[in-house]
Ligand binder design. Structure first.
Ligand SMILES: [Zn+2]
Length: 262
């Protein structure tokens, strides 16, 4: 599931493949950018902001940012020059960026946009503190969450305007580890700082690898406490893990470890 850590890893992969190099060709297979040609632009920076990817390009005194979002199914893959593109089916290709030494291919990307770097805020300015950013600010995330005390804590953690990077997996796992019923109103959560700090730690611990684990185990089937484990026994108490729709997303929780507050 592409969440903040996946996007962070993707940004590092693009950095390794492209950073400092001049683009020798580009191919956009999204209608809005079909005629765009980035040949001659230098890749100056590859950054992530929450779940958004920002590839910053320069040419003489101009600076542009190529923005993309992975949502549920997008991915960037880097290939060496001449290597076969084996990542995904070709019809899913949205962007191809070539340099002398490598090729970056974006599959099933969403919100592919090219803006002057000075105007990046039009795309990511609404985001709350980035869990994996150098400027991560737990107090600011809590201030934003607390501004809507009636929202459920699950909804608040997913709202990228509060904090940027948590998706459905880290939401469910954070709530389990904090013993919070997913529908608990923000106003009734005893320790919001502890909650967002834990979410940050879970994401940060998975930087640099593609397997997402919250249990510490990298073994298949043992990487989560509740996420994706409907009807399986809770690792802590043995109760069957529950699954339900919540705000058009699914939520997993242990009815015993995360009881509804009275
Ligand atoms: Zn339990």
């Amino acid at each position: 599931m592409p969440e903040g850590d996946t996007v962070w890893n993707t940004a590092r992969g693009l950095e390794r493949a492209l950073l400092g190099d001049v683009l020798t060709g580009s191919d956009f297979r999204v209608p809005r950018l079909a005629t765009t040609d980035l040949t001659g632009w230098t890749v100056a920076e590859s950054a992530s902001r929450g779940k958004h990817l920002l590839l910053r390009l320069t040419r003489e005194d101009r600076a542009m940012t190529l923005h993309s979002h992975l949502r549920m199914d997008g991915a960037w893959r880097a290939y060496a020059q001449g290597e076969r593109w084996t990542g995904r089916p070709a019809h899913l290709i949205r962007v191809v960026l070539k340099t002398k030494r490598s090729v970056a291919v974006g599959y099933h990307l969403h919100e592919v946009t090219l803006v002057p770097t000075a105007e990046e805020d039009s795309l990511v300015g609404h985001l709350g503190p980035d869990l994996l950013g150098e400027d991560w600010d737990a107090a600011e995330a809590v201030r934003r969450i607390a501004a809507r005390p009636e929202a459920s804590i699950a909804e608040a953690l997913l709202d990228q305007r509060n904090l940027a990077g948590v998706g459905n997996l880290y939401k469910a796992e954070t709530l389990f580890l904090r013993g919070l019923w997913p529908w608990t109103p923000v106003a009734d959560v005893p320790d919001l700082v502890g909650t967002v700090t834990l979410a940050q730690k879970l994401l940060a611990s998975n930087r640099g690898r593609w397997t997402q684990t919250t249990t510490g185990s990298l073994r298949k089937g043992q990487t989560s406490y509740v996420y994706g484990r409907r009807a399986q026994p809770c690792r802590r108490c043995g109760t069957a893990i529950a699954k339900a729709e919540q705000d058009e997303r699914v939520t997993y929780w242990c009815p015993h470890c995360q009881p509804k507050p009275h």
